[in-house]
Design a binder for this molecule. Sequence first.
Ligand SMILES: N[C@@H](CCC(=O)N[C@@H](CS)C(=O)NCC(=O)O)C(=O)O
Length: 214
Amino acid sequence: MPRKSLTLYRFRQSGHSHRVELFLSLLGLPFEKVEVELGKGQHKTPEFLARNPFGQVPVLVADGLVLADSNAILVYLASVYDQDRRWYPVDPSRAAAVQCWLSVAAGPLLMGPGHARLVGIFNAKHDLARAHATARQLFEVMDAHLRIEGGFFVGAKPTLADVALYTYTAHAPEGHISLDPYPAIRSWLQAVESLPGFVPMVRTESRFGQQEGM
Ligand SMILES: N[C@@H](CCC(=O)N[C@@H](CS)C(=O)NCC(=O)O)C(=O)O
């Protein structure tokens, strides 16, 4: 297995950053963390924009190779370090199923629970009602899928789908979204949290406070 020097540019409250940090940890890969202070605009400096013109975290530098976009980074890490391809299956139908959930993580998971959380913790100007409606629709689909599929999103073992979906689902209560109505999602969160190498993302105080069942 190639041993590269890995540097992760991240922000501690960024779920996209945590997604990558979680996978590095699940793979048992040592890496250096560089905190990018979004509040101070460090992601919009010429130096950072040279690494990612979108001015967003995370960015991973692997032996000089600069990679942006959390899901692209997950695919890269799985392709290089998981020789058995357990996390990103070679089988076309399973690979497509994983890719489908990566798209969900970049779409409704961000627009729903992700945006609601930004309202809760940073008072962001997103439409909260719309974010809540998106989250409700998404979590109903995810919960129903998990009831049929069993333990994880694509089969009985964890894949990149679970890594990509974990953080913004687990932190949905920070956006005033209860996970109480979704028992299959709650069991799945526990299953991810039980994986060897699991690391949590820091909980952030939300303007909605902590409520029962959240
Ligand atoms: N598609 C990107 C989205 C990354 C993203 O939205 N990062 C946020 C932090 S969670 C960010 O850097 N926001 C600052 C900005 O967009 O200016 C990914 O998956 O990495």
